[in-house]
Design a protein around this ligand. Structure first.
Ligand code: ADP
Ligand code: MG
Length: 571
């Protein structure tokens, strides 16, 4: 567990601040994360890498010459928001376009994707590279659909080296994908990790057992087996990976591999070296050459007791880039050629949003919106632990935190907007953006988009009718379906939201409050019923079968908030 903290909510931000204070020669704090503290050559592509916090040195620890240009930093285990990604890119990009590199998780794909859309509109060339090295999460024929774990290190190291060597954006993107396609990881854990401030780990593994094929966000392993000796564990990890070794003598691969033995949080370096000794022996027996192996902590999972092994099947190009010099806070190699490193001269920051003029009626409605969001904030806070517990069964345990952070951020933004005289539309638009910014994660992006779409139905000048409220709620649900792409039966929020929308349409002649209350009852029943089905989308998909017997946390939280909305409107 985390012993040293001030407040759980500020933990991730305060850690970044301390990291920058310690490495100010390399890092600067920028809105949304970190960027290099020095200027980069005009026209050089930028590599912006990121994900949730809790994985140090991934990702902020890898920003510097030869590797990343910037890293948006999300909350613990949850993706940075689209505006955090956008802001870091604005601080890192210098006319050469940008590669957004991140592990293949639904929340990251959504937020980085939204940021990419906005940047492209502004004329910046954006490429997306999703790291997908975890062989436990999907089959070899679907390598690019796997989730990303410690493979982040070699993929970003190799892409960063290509850029440092003068690659343009096309070339850097090609090399990054090539590195990803050559990288395989497999991990196991002896016990789960605990979110800062939480009383209990996200999952437990029975004494004497280990979880095989775990994720790096506290997702439990795909199966449990008895703990083996260090030798047995080394053999297990290596054999799994070597089952995907490409043919030697083809495509420039001839048995040369980059090897990364990664501690996930509480496994000692000595223990890792005991395991590595055996791995080195086995590699030799198999006629493989370990090229500049790395043993240590690279992609961690808070205090998870576990380790993972990564192999990169190298050709001459990848090997050269893997060996190239790099200088970042947490990953250094060789000596970077002496270069002019002028300090950065400016930091980009989003301009304050302008508040359009609003009518008195619309401003009064904005106050109602503030009151609803404050009620939601209360409901989310009360259910935070329970929603987290449900998400930990097959997901990563952060749904309670995401909803609590999101609703609090939205309520705060709405209050500020309303105080400045905003109407209903602007208040809800700003609340939606704040929800996504504060929560991160898949559900954060979806709730943010829902609020923003709902706000689009209102106006800042007219009044809001009951029909407008119903239309706004429906528009919000449509946005979730459009953006998330889930269908009923995938075990997501949509399983509650779709029947809710149908029930709402049927209850149309009632007042908004009672119509929504009726529909919320339908949503609750549907949410409870999701316990019967396996998850097929999002983080939980890898462990879909484990989720049977537990309702989908996002479906449940949706029904809770709709019930609270109905009750509020009826009052
Ligand atoms: P993350 O999965 O990024 O950790 P959260 O834990 O906050 O995000 O939210 C998980 C919830 O998000 C799930 O329980 C599910 O209801 C919802 N969800 C996941 N993917 C989708 C999707 N594609 N469409 C709609 N809802 C989704
Ligand atoms: Mg989650």
């Amino acid at each position: 567990m985390t012993y040293l903290l001030n407040s759980p909510d500020d933990f991730a931000d305060e850690a970044v601040r301390g990291l920058v204070a310690c490495h100010s020669d390399l890092l600067a704090e920028v809105p949304g994360g970190v960027a290099r503290s020095t200027q980069t050559p005009q026209g050089q592509p930028a590599l912006v890498i990121g994900g949730g916090s809790g994985h140090y040195p991934a990702f902020a620890g890898w920003v510097g010459p030869g590797m990343g240009h910037g890293a948006p930093c999300g909350n613990i285990f949850s993706s940075p928001s689209a505006s955090e990604v956008y802001s870091v890119v604005r601080n890192a990009e210098n006319g050469g376009g940008v590669i957004l590199g991140f592990g293949n998780y639904a929340g990251d794909v959504l937020h980085f994707g939204l940021a990419a859309e906005k940047l492209r509109h502004e004329g910046i060339d954006v490429r997306i590279v999703t790291v997908s090295d975890d062989i436990a999460s999907n089959g070899p024929d679907n390598h690019r659909d796997r989730r990303g774990v410690a493979g982040d290190l070699p993929v970003f190291k190799i892409a960063g080296a290509a850029i440092e060597a003068g690659a343009d954006l096309d070339e850097a993107e090609r090399v990054a994908w090539k590195a990803n396609d050559a990288t395989r990881s497999f991990g196991l854990a002896f016990d789960g990790c605990t979110l800062p401030g939480a009383g209990e780990p996200l999952f437990h593994i029975e004494d004497g057992q280990m979880g095989v094929g775990l994720g790096i966000h506290g997702e439990p392993g795909v199966r449990d087996t008895p703990i083996g000796s260090a030798t047995e564990i080394a053999d297990l990890l290596l054999d799994e990976l070597l089952s995907e070794e490409p043919a030697r003598g083809e495509h420039g691969y001839d048995g040369r591999v980059a090897v990364i033995l990664n501690g996930l949080g509480t496994v000692k370096y000595e223990e890792l070296f005991v395991v590595y000794g055996r791995i080195a022996e086995r590699l030799k027996d198999k006629g493989l050459t370990a090229v500049r192996p790395e043993v240590g902590e690279f992609v961690t999972s808070l205090d998870m007791a576990g380790l993972s092994l990564t192999l990169v099947f190298l050709d001459a190009e990848l090997e050269k880039l893997w060996l190239a010099p790099v200088e970042t806070p947490a990953f250094r190699r060789g000596a970077m050629p002496a270069a002019d490193r002028a300090p950065r001269t400016s930091i980009w920051d989003a301009a304050e949003a302008e508040i359009p003029e609003a009518s008195e009626e619309s401003r009064a409605r904005a106050q109602n919106i503030v009151a609803v969001l404050e009620t939601w904030q209360k409901v989310c806070a009360e259910n935070e632990a329970e929603l987290g517990r449900l998400d930990a069964v097959a997901g990563d345990g952060d749904h309670g935190q995401g909803m609590a952070f999101g609703s609090r951020g939205a309520a705060q933004a709405a209050r500020t907007a309303a105080e400045q005289g905003a109407g209903a539309r602007t208040t809800l638009l700003l609340a939606g953006q704040a929800w996504a910014d504060s929560a991160g994660g898949t559900s954060g992006a979806l709730w943010g988009a829902a609020l923003t779409s709902a706000g689009g139905v209102f106006s800042d000048t007219g009044d809001v009718s009951d029909q407008d409220i119903v239309d706004a709620v429906s528009a919000g649900i449509d946005a979730v379906i459009r953006l998330g792409g889930a269908e009923p039966g995938d075990k997501t929020m949509v399983d509650a939201a779709a029947p809710f929308r149908d029930a709402l349409a049927e209850a149309i002649d009632k007042e908004a409050g009672s119509a929504i209350t009726t529909a919320a009852g339908v949503a609750r029943e549907a949410a409870d019923k999701t316990a019967d089905i396996p998850a097929r989308l999002g983080r939980a998909r890898v462990l879909g079968e484990k989720s049977v017997g537990t309702p989908d946390p996002g479906a449940l939280s949706f029904s809770m908030l709709m019930a609270a909305l109905g009750e509020h409107l009826t009052r």
